[in-house]
Design a protein around this ligand. Structure first.
Ligand code: NAD
Ligand code: TYD
Length: 349
């Protein structure tokens, strides 16, 4: 039985990765390490929590001795590292917590992995899940490729860029076998409603205003989360050692157009008059250092590993809306308590 450690498995993307691996690989034991911060939620994994090849471990990546002990006991052969502080706006409010988890937490994992296997890395792999935001901002033209130089603009992307560099440096210095992927914006079920799409779905249901930063012309490439999880499975098993792969949805949207499309689909689902939800759109103060445009050239993973998205944006958005409509208790549990405090601080005029 191969022991694989997934970090951040109670979060948005991590929960889809854990579910895929637990269901697909009966010869793996999947350990899900997560500190259960505001973004971690074991409700995301209720359907697999009793599977015999799955174990949840509540631990914080910044607890060096705790991480070392876990590696001493389990000697994980593979690590798929997703745990992170992930929201740009929160990184602007509190950069230090991003440095602690994303940089120091990654270093603790790298050290534990290196010290456990003592240079015998045969059959081992450390996989770091990263973001396209490390590349900085594009103008109206062009795409990020694996050769684009790093130019992070937010405390979040700076912390992810730093952790990418540490992973690569451990590969060069200690021969640690690694792979890194840099993915564009994900959307789908279980997405925490601080991010644009689930925030708007929640606010449309509750007839609250839809805050659009600046002029709304900022552009993102969106990928359905299950297609990201499929790519992670593929890269973990078939990606080349010491390589980076960009993952994207071939699906660019200006924020304002995306929110209008969401309003249109939600009006239909909620049986509201056409144009009703669009009236909730409100332009608010821009995010400081807001990157204009992200766009991924995902041709390397497509050509070398044969990956491509399995759903169109229209299908993915419809599935996402249906999931939130069917899981309003999940949404209500998450948007009570601390979320209200964050929301007030972030969106006060
Ligand atoms: P998320 O915020 O939904 O989940 C993060 C998880 O990490 C949570 O379960 C949280 O409890 C856990 N965590 C946070 N700090 C921790 C710590 N100190 N110790 C242990 N666990 C901790 O994030 P997500 O959107 O699922 O993103 C997962 C990964 O993918 C991140 O590394 C992120 O940078 C990367 N990524 C995200 C996107 C996106 O669009 N969401 C795109 C590209 C890359
Ligand atoms: P977000 O979902 O936070 O992802 P990221 O910052 O990692 O790309 O934001 C996506 C885009 O939506 C980004 O350009 C910022 C914008 N945005 C708004 O206009 N209003 C909002 O309330 C939020 C959360 C984001």
């Amino acid at each position: 039985m191969k022991k694989i450690l997934v970090t951040g498995g109670a979060g948005f993307i991590g929960s889809h990765v854990v579910r895929l691996l637990v269901n697909k690989y009966e010869n793996y034991h999947i350990f899900n390490l997560d500190a259960l911060t505001y973004a971690g939620n074991l409700e995301n994994l209720q359907d697999i929590e009793n599977k015999s090849n799955y174990t949840f471990i509540k631990e914080d990546l910044t607890n060096e001795s705790g991480i070392n002990e876990l590696f001493e006991v389990h000697k994980f052969e593979g690590v798929i590292h997703l745990a992170a502080e992930s929201h740009v706006d929160r990184s602007i409010l509190d950069p230090l917590s991003f440095a602690k988890t994303n940089i120091l937490g990654t270093l603790n994992l790298l050290n534990a992995f290196k010290n456990t296997h003592k240079a015998d890395f045969t059959g081992k792999r450390f996989y770091h899940i990263s973001t396209d935001e490390v590349y900085g901002a594009l103008g109206d033209e062009g795409f990020f490729t694996e050769e684009t130089s790093y130019s992070p603009n937010s405390p979040y992307s700076a912390s992810k860029a730093s952790s990418d560099h540490f992973v690569r440096a451990y590969g060069e210095t200690y021969n640690l076998p690694f792979v890194i992927t840099n993915c564009s914006n994900n959307y789908g079920p279980n997405h925490f409603p601080e991010k644009l799409i689930p925030l708007c779905i929640n606010n449309i249901i509750k007839r609250k205003s839809l805050p659009i930063y600046g002029d709304g012309k900022f552009t993102r490439d969106w990928l359905y989360v299950i297609d990201h999880a499929r790519a992670i499975d593929l890269v973990f098993h078939e990606g080349k050692n010491a390589e980076t792969y960009n993952i994207g949805g071939f699906n660019e949207w200006k924020n304002i157009d995306l929110v209008k499309e969401l309003c249109k689909q939600m009006d239909e689902v909620l049986g509201r008059d056409e144009g009703e939800s669009e009236k909730l759109i409100t332009f608010v103060k821009d995010r400081p250092g807001h990157d204009l445009r992200y766009a991924i050239d995902a041709s390397k993973i497509n050509k070398e590993l044969g990956w491509e998205p399995s759903v169109t944006f229209k299908e993915g958005l419809a599935k996402t809306i249906a999931w939130y409509m069917d899981n309003q208790q999940w949404l209500n549990n998450i948007t009570s308590g601390d979320y209200q405090e964050y929301y007030k601080a972030q969106y006060r005029k």
